[in-house]
Design a binder for this molecule. Sequence first.
Ligand code: 9GP
Length: 818
Amino acid sequence: MINAKELKKAIEDNVKVLYRKTIDEASKEQVFYALSYAIKDTIIDEWINTHKAYDKQDAKILYYLSMEFLIGRALGNNIINLGARKEVAQVLNELGFDLTDIEDQESDPALGNGGLGRLAACFLDSLATLNYPAYGCGIRYHYGMFKQKIENGYQKEVPDDWIKNGYPFEIKRSEYSYIVKFGGNVRVENVNGKEKFIQENYGSVKAIPYDMPVLGYENGMVNSLRIWDAEAITNFSLEQFDKGDYQKALEQENLAKTLVEVLYPNDNHYAGKELRLKQQYFFISASLQRAIDKFKSHHSDIHMLPQKVVFQLNDTHPTVAIPELMRLLLDEEGLNWDEAWNITSRCMAYTNHTIMSEALEKWPIDLFKSLLPRVYQIVEEINKRFVMQIRDRYPNNAAEKEKKMAILYDGQVRMAYMAIVTGFSVNGVAKLHTEILKHQELKDFYEMMPEKFNNKTNGITQRRFLLHANPLLSDWITKKLGSDKFITDLPQLSGLKQYLNDDKSLEEFMEIKYQNKLRLVKYIKEHNGIDVNPDSIFDVQVKRLHEYKRQLLNILHVMYLYNKLKNNDGFNMYPRTFIFGAKAAAGYRRAKQTIKLINSVADVINNDRSINGKIKVVFIEDYKVSNAEIIFAAADVSEQISTASKEASGTGNMKFMLNGAPTIGTMDGANVEIVEEVGQDNAFIFGLSSDEVIEYENNGGYDPMVIFNSDSEIRTVLMQLVNGFYSPNNTEEFREIYDSLLKKQGHDRADVYFILKDFRSYAKAHEEVEKAYRDRRRWGEMALTQTACAGKFSSDRTIEEYVRDIWHLTKLRLDNAK
Ligand code: 9GP
């Protein structure tokens, strides 16, 4: 518990010590640091205590291995989880500062791209809240996800130097450094009749961990997020200098410098760059070496590892953990193959987050082999043994099965297959996704090893996305339910259903939404300079920009509405604000063109006085965790419009739902389960089903030209892409987008994401949205239903399922816990 007097003194003292200033002279940024260090001080004992309890209770530990942790700002979240928001706000008030202003000083640690990294961050929050011993293991990228600027409608990427001024919530732990080796060759020696594999002529770096505290909610539990930084091995370099091997020493300096420099800004798309594989091996090797050492400090028998350690592979990115653990067990621990395999396959579990083929990592064998020569030998052996199994099991069609399932095939290392073959669990992230994996994408594996497959529908943490993001709503819920138990038990929200028939409660709920809309209006004015009408419907699509997520469908529909407004005097439209927020990977042309299109449409529509502000289009620059919180709380409508079958789960959909925004969406990912919870009547569903999409993909039969020729309104919208309507200075600006919808692409089909096919049913669903919104009571009921039914989508539920079915962890007891 925070002691207000002590906290005040600590802030004042920190300002003095850090900046030689008194509090009345301090800037907001200085107060941010002073407060953050004070908060860290209050956490530190619990952090130490938690890790002592790990040791004392000989706890089984989860290592959540992930290239990305999109944690967002820590200060506010830590204060929330300490249960001290009101006290801290009060103390700051007394010192003449506002807590929200101070929180705004923190740079957003953006060590992730989107859903995958944010999920990892939500999981850490839930693990600590539920008392499960766990480390998040990742990379301390010096530059996180780029900051997005919009210039003249185009996205511009600006480096995100998030640690420039130091990050108050991390501790460098040099004592746990490890060496990671790259390249060279492997020499085999015979030692006492046993083969010994020695990697030589390699380059190496030192991996140094930085720990960040991950607080449970008011339970005294503090887990760690461990992110690895790289340094050159100085003494080794000196030795090289002595030998005159100047080049080698420089290479090591360089390797260390570049290794952790940047996060690859690709979401659902793998870049195939050598540096990326180096990053993967770097953090995996260091994390595994540390996990084994930690285990060995309490146990003498390495065979016990699966009882005490479990590694979850967050997508294929950390899969090199499999051969690396084998290497450590074979070469360092001296086990034989069968022993090492037995341990490895019982320690490793894999989560698949996508069926998008461009996201499934495959490494060219030559690259893999030259970078990780010993690890590659092990991959070869794993593959050889698996291929033998295939031949045994499918004597009549072995060649075909090998083509579909072998880890090494066609000059490539197929990482997902290695994870499936080795691990004891393979899970998808929403029911529909898991079914597609089992019966389409990974059907051969499912047939061969069905017992490994399971579903874990994603979730989000209500501590950040309700308590922190929407304090008005959380306070109201607490009042209505007579308790704040929902903070750690989200299904309690179902208690709100009793207010669905209560006009007064519905009005209160709508008033909170209105206040949150005003907060967003202010943000948009400050950041975009656009005036937005808070009485309009806030229709929001925020997520990474990707063709399959179909921001294009959304903006084409806006263009269509605008045409209707302009051309049809009788067309009566409820005012709408279409809000977009999305970053495009720097090298993703089509995505960047879509951003330009949205901004060009915004320019034309927002400046057309003749439509009386009936439509506004806002592209929020630099969508990130901190502004996401403001956006979710203010949304009336949640756009979840991916081509069915493509979005594995989605988690933004859950954040909107929790904050009372009904979904307009396809039956894709977790939308399906959201509809299950709220009922068909409380969602606006449209478009092809996943089965229909897959059927068209496999057997053809869809020609967008037919729609273009027969639907004049759609045709007009498409023509406006190429007649200068939105790009008077360059009619070719959007030609590629136009072509992608109508002309055969690399794929052999046009409109690969079925935008024209789904357009009419999307427009119809929007009409339904408007109809429902016009009926204030109905809308209130619908909106409250979303929040009341959101219980299932807490990451606490997801984590309990992982623990029950995969990790088998035991809750830690904390003696000094509150
Ligand atoms: O695209 C999925 C998204 O649907 C899901 O919610 C998220 C978390 O499971 O993972 C995303 N996948 C990736 O970013 C790459 O596999």
